[in-house]
Design a protein around this ligand. Structure first.
Ligand code: OSB
Ligand code: MG
Length: 378
């Protein structure tokens, strides 16, 4: 039984170790809401909002997530008891959208559930792997730097390289990479930047032996996806288009893709991901876990979901040190020969380093079940 006595929202700003440029903009830091839930039995669960500061990836923002959690989810959390995280989801089913906010809270309940059962989260959700394969997502940067980065991550053993592309920045970097590394597992991600005028270009990209092309077209361009996928050897992968299990069913029905990038935040939580994995697995769609430049907390959930047998391709879950110095978990996530070893401690399996959280924190807000007062600490 989970009875939340206190909710603490930590608003943190964390500088990224790299400049990360995509077709929608440049990120140099992350503005994040961390959710800390204290349960009556003494266990503490942590969750992370993966929304960006501005609505450039999806419609949510760090501010919208904070507001939705404060106004809608905290009253539900402090007003009830839950036999299981699934019961919490049932009680917020009538609240539309805001999936990243829901994930930040729901995930923390799964952390508590796993701790209460004394098992790692990966085991609780039916994961079967003791190690998960990972790749790396490289931003847009000048060719010499990009080639250096590719070389570095290939040498570290990462299982595939993803590069960000956009109109006017595709053939050139791919020629350069393929010339230097003819055989590496390689893919591209366009974050919706292309349109129907780029069908010819897609035929050209079909020549680079790519593992997949991720989200070339806008979210709703279902027919364009279906037409282009039918004409290509290279699998298309959907990211931004998939918000729900029914979006996945639609993609399957229309043959709009052969691969789905699963992001727990984008689809609204762990229960949603388990449902989506069922549907996709039955349809022969391959899955992998994407990333949103998470701290160690979000990273831990990505590692856990990637242990499902339906996650057959390497994820975007690179090592902590690619993003942070230091990360906010102990130990940090490390990658050895392109794999992360799944932690065996109960819950998310990593300790949250509250000292580091405090260093990155702008403010925190507390909500308590008893004693009413909401307190606000700068
Ligand atoms: O489209 O997969 C994406 C980061 C922020 C927003 C969207 C995306 C990404 C990445 C980075 O590709 C993945 C990571 O290293 O976490
Ligand atoms: Mg993507």
């Amino acid at each position: 039984m989970i009875e939340i006595e206190e909710v603490v929202l930590h608003r943190v700003t964390m500088p990224l170790q790299m400049r990360f440029e995509t077709s929608f903009g440049v990120q140099t830091d992350r503005d994040i809401v961390l959710v800390e839930l204290q349960s009556r039995d003494g266990s503490v669960g942590w969750g992370e909002s993966v929304a960006l500061r501005r609505p450039l990836y999806n419609e949510e923002t760090t501010d919208s997530v904070e507001a939705f959690i404060r106004n809608e989810l905290v009253p539900v959390l402090l007003g009830g008891k839950f036999d299981h995280p699934r019961n919490f989801n049932a009680s917020i089913k009538h609240l539309h959208g805001n999936r990243m906010a829901k994930y930040a809270v729901e995930s923390a309940l799964w952390d508590i559930q796993a701790q209460q059962q004394g098992v790692p989260l990966a085991t609780l959700i039916g994961g079967t792997k003791s190690q998960v394969d990972v790749g790396v997502s490289l931003g847009i940067s000048p060719i010499p730097e990009l080639l250096e980065e590719v070389r570095d991550y290939v040498n570290q053993g990462y299982r595939r390289i993803k590069v960000k592309v956009k109109p006017g920045w595709d053939v050139e970097p791919l020629d350069a990479i393929r010339q230097a590394f003819p055989d590496i597992p390689l893919m591209v991600d366009a974050n919706t930047a292309y349109g129907p005028e780029h069908e010819e270009l897609m035929a050209k990209l079909d020549q680079y032996e790519l593992m997949m092309i991720e989200q070339p077209f806008p979210e709703e361009a279902w027919e364009l996806y279906a037409r282009v996928q039918a004409a290509m050897r290279t699998p298309l992968c959907l990211d931004e288009s998939i918000h729900t299990v029914s979006d996945a069913e639609q993609a399957i029905r229309l043959k709009a893709c052969r691969i789905i990038n699963v992001k727990l935040g984008r689809i609204g939580g762990i229960e949603a991901a388990l449902d989506l994995a069922e549907v996709a697995g039955r349809a022969g769609i391959q899955l992998w876990c994407g990333g949103m430049l998470e701290t160690g907390i979000g990273r831990a959930y990505n590692v856990a979901i990637a242990t499902l047998s339906t996650f057959t391709l390497p994820g975007d879950t690179a090592a902590s040190r690619r993003y942070w110095n230091p990360d906010i978990i102990d130990p940090e996530v490390t990658v050895d020969n392109g794999q992360i070893t799944v932690p065996s401690r109960p819950g998310i399996g990593y300790r949250v380093n509250e000292h580091q959280v405090a260093r990155y924190q702008r403010y925190q807000v507390h909500f308590r079940r008893h004693g009413g007062e909401v307190s606000f600490h700068e």
